[in-house]
Design a protein around this ligand. Structure first.
Ligand code: AMP
Length: 212
């Protein structure tokens, strides 16, 4: 099953994509996670993307397209995938169609997660991630048992550099200007299902499953 999750930053795409991928037994492909890992490891890809990500802007299509192509060609994605963070603009949507078309594949469903801006800003600004295992927490909604430490590996909890207030504003602006157009595109193609994301992780997950 080939599924794409769209929606503004902080709406919970990563959390839902991970759960859904486990349920469907297909890989979770997150371009944001792949880029963050490259930045952490200081690879050439990471150094190309770091500044743009810290500003809250989109890294060039040529970079993310290359990442995606590699993933989609891998054996792991043969039976499907849950894609989160790609496509981010109309050009990337065309590229994705092209990559899939090369092997006669098509998207099965696009899930649009939506929540009011105030909810998104509160989620993003309170988010903390483990420096070691990247598990996510929230200062209010999902606090760790011990302040500042990951429950799973005891790693230090830090704030993503792009979760700072000025970058959050820029990421939301980029979403409205470049990514939101995808919702219309996929709606016209009959692939879109809207799911309200201002609810519990469990409820959202159930509705996503029901919409496939
Ligand atoms: P995310 O974790 O999906 O919010 O992505 C974090 C950051 O990685 C974004 O703000 C962008 O700078 C970059 N990024 C991730 N996916 C893409 C993409 N498909 N196109 C361009 N930039 C991306």
């Amino acid at each position: 099953m080939r599924i794409v999750l769209v929606g503004p930053p902080g709406v919970g795409k990563g959390t839902q994509a991970k759960r859904l991928a486990e349920k469907l037994k297909v890989p979770h492909v997150s371009t944001g996670e792949i880029l963050r890992e490259a930045v952490r490891e200081g690879t050439p890809l990471g150094s190309k993307a770091r500044e743009t990500m810290e500003r809250g802007d989109l890294v060039p299509d040529s970079i993310v397209d290359e990442i995606l192509r590699g993933k989609l060609r891998s054996k792991a994605c043969e039976n499907g995938f849950v894609l989160d963070g790609y496509p981010r603009n109309l050009e990337q949507a065309r590229t994705l169609d092209g990559f899939l078309g090369e092997s006669g594949r098509r998207l099965k469903r696009v899930i649009d997660l939506e929540a009011p801006d105030a909810v998104i800003i509160e989620r993003l600004s309170g988010r903390r991630s483990c420096r070691e295992c990247q598990a996510n927490y929230h200062v209010k909604f999902l606090p760790p048992a011990r302040d500042g430490r990951c429950d799973q590996c005891r790693g230090e909890l830090i704030q993503r550099t792009d979760d700072r207030p000025e970058t959050i504003r820029q990421r939301l602006k980029v979403y409205v200007e470049q990514t939101q157009a995808l919702v219309e595109l996929y709606e016209e193609q009959g692939l879109l299902r809207r799911v309200a994301a201002d609810r519990s992780v469990e409820e959202i997950g159930q509705e996503i499953l029901a919409s496939l």
